[in-house]
Design a protein around this ligand. Structure first.
Ligand code: ATP
Ligand code: MG
Ligand code: MG
Length: 316
């Protein structure tokens, strides 16, 4: 089984503005729609679209839990969240205008997770995760959630022999690495924060990635936005260059990319196929408006345009 864990779930409220969003002006709304907010929930959306069984868990607020779970169920995702009473899942405003310069995102911090809810999640994972299940933690926890509490939940997976996939940042990523995750997917900024220095060239990235692989992580994937990704395994390093698309909204590209990676791991495809598919899938996402939308037909076409270079100089 594959589990996706979103500790700070969100509902995206997408507001499309006529023209370019301007201060001191009445910015007229063209239309409003709702979508599933990231992070691991989007990984579930990818998996379900590919007909791969998975369970989305984490925390939701009881007051509007149905809005989120209905959006997820409409995309074929099985939901098994811990619902906290008298709380609301946060709403994130995504403002899109006609400038073509990407979206504005305005987010709430999310409700505080009670100790009781945290225990329920630990219990759920502990009862359900079995050896070699994939468990994806994507996104940071909400405010008031300290690193020890985060690790207490994440550790349940490694204790059970599950394969841990981490897409997090800051101290959460730093501490989770000590649990030897199966795969990590920081973006270039998260990775530089992790290593504590600026990295400008591939030659500067690779040694830092190597250190993590030596620490026991199987896949170190650093995503570089429209520049693609750098990928390291114990055997080889790869530079992946995505196809050129007209970028409409790159919010959620990382989540969709992780979705593609997890789907490929589950299907046990070759690493080249995994990178080609995930890169084409996330490029398709970048060319779409909504943060969890992508097109499998377009992905198929884009796959042929993904360039994968094996960095022979760094092979072991
Ligand atoms: P998120 O906002 O979901 O957290 P992220 O910053 O973690 O995203 P990115 O590095 O921005 O992740 O994007 C993930 C992958 O998506 C990239 O490695 C790349 O393959 C693809 N991608 C992102 N933007 C573009 C783009 N403009 N064109 C083509 N591919 C893109
Ligand atoms: Mg990015
Ligand atoms: Mg990200």
């Amino acid at each position: 089984m594959i589990y996706t864990v979103t500790l700070n779930t969100a509902i995206d409220k997408i507001i499309k503005i006529n023209g370019v969003l301007t201060r001191k002006m009445n910015n007229k709304i063209r239309n409003v729609s709702f979508d599933i907010g990231g992070k691991a929930t989007h990984v579930s959306v990818v998996l379900s679209k590919l007909n791969i069984n998975n369970i989305a868990t984490g925390f939701v607020g009881s007051e509007n839990a149905l809005t989120l779970t209905t959006l997820l169920k409409n995309k074929g995702v099985t939901c098994d969240f811990i619902s906290q009473e008298n709380c609301s899942t946060r709403e994130s405003l995504v403002i899109l205008d006609d400038s073509g310069n990407g979206s504005f995102m305005i987010t709430e911090s999310g409700f505080e997770i009670l100790e009781e809810s945290q225990c329920k999640l630990v219990e759920k994972l502990s009862n359900q995760v079995t050896k070699n299940d994939y468990v994806v933690f994507a996104g940071s926890p909400p405010r008031g959630f300290n690193v020890d509490q985060y690790i207490n939940i994440v550790k349940t997976v490694t204790d059970k022999g599950g394969k841990l996939i981490i897409d997090a940042s800051g101290d959460y990523l730093r501490e989770a690495i000590k649990l030897k995750p199966y795969l990590i997917k920081p973006n270039e900024f998260e990775f530089q924060e992790l290593v504590g220095k600026p990295l400008n060239t591939i030659d500067e990235f690779i040694p830092e990635m190597k250190k993590l692989l030596n620490d026991g992580i199987e896949f170190v994937v650093v995503s570089l936005g429209k520049k693609g990704s750098l990928v390291g395994t114990k055997q080889s390093f790869y530079r992946v260059i995505p196809p050129v698309i007209k970028e409409i909204n790159d919010t959620g590209c990382g989540d969709v990319f992780v979705g593609g990676l997890v789907a490929s791991l589950y299907k046990q495809t070759s690493i080249e196929d995994m990178l080609e598919f995930s890169t084409a899938l996330s490029a398709s996402k970048a060319s779409q408006n909504e943060s969890s939308s992508f097109c499998l037909k377009q992905t198929k076409q884009l796959e042929a345009e993904v360039k994968i270079e094996k960095l022979e100089a760094y092979s072991i």
